[in-house]
Design a protein around this ligand. Structure first.
Ligand SMILES: [Zn+2]
Length: 155
């Protein structure tokens, strides 16, 4: 796909060793075009990136308040936050800087890794990470998680 200069700049910031040692694109042959594919998956799932962002942000805040202790927001989902030093800007190139840190969400046999920056990129940009990258979340896995958390355990 022919890229605009802006898209080219975003992709360069996402490369390994620019903003983050491992970069954001993984080994995904689609590179930034993955975003279009992910948007279609989400549309089919009937869940918005804003809803996913809200849920992940809520889990993050509660996990942070527990200071590293794991918790179960609903049975079958376990959430834990690990500390990391430093901050990182958004590769989409607007003001804003995000604390490093990793939240691990175990949901059935799936393990999702989330950072404050990845939550922001999902919510504001619809970027779920390149396949093979550390913070890649498959949009259908995120949609399953949102549904799981929306359905109270007693239903
Ligand atoms: Zn951004």
């Amino acid at each position: 796909m022919k890229q605009t200069p802006r898209e080219r700049r975003i992709e360069m910031r996402m490369e390994e060793g620019t903003l983050a040692r491992d970069g954001f694109l993984g080994d995904d042959p689609l590179r930034l075009d993955r975003m279009d594919v992910d948007a279609r998956v989400l549309a089919d799932a009937g869940i918005s990136r804003e809803e996913i962002g809200e849920v992940l942000q809520g889990l993050w805040q509660r996990a942070r308040a527990l200071m590293g202790e794991a918790y179960e927001p609903v049975p079958g989902v376990t959430v834990e936050v690990g500390e990391a030093r430093g901050r990182i800007p958004c590769p989409f190139g607007h003001p804003g800087i995000y604390a490093k840190g990793v939240m691990t969400i175990e949901h059935g046999d799936r393990v999702l890794r989330v950072s404050p920056l990845s939550i922001h990129m999902i919510r504001s940009h619809g970027f779920f990470g390149g396949r093979g990258s550390m913070f890649r979340i498959e949009p259908d896995a995120a949609a399953d998680l949102v549904r799981r958390l929306a359905a109270p355990a007693w239903q």
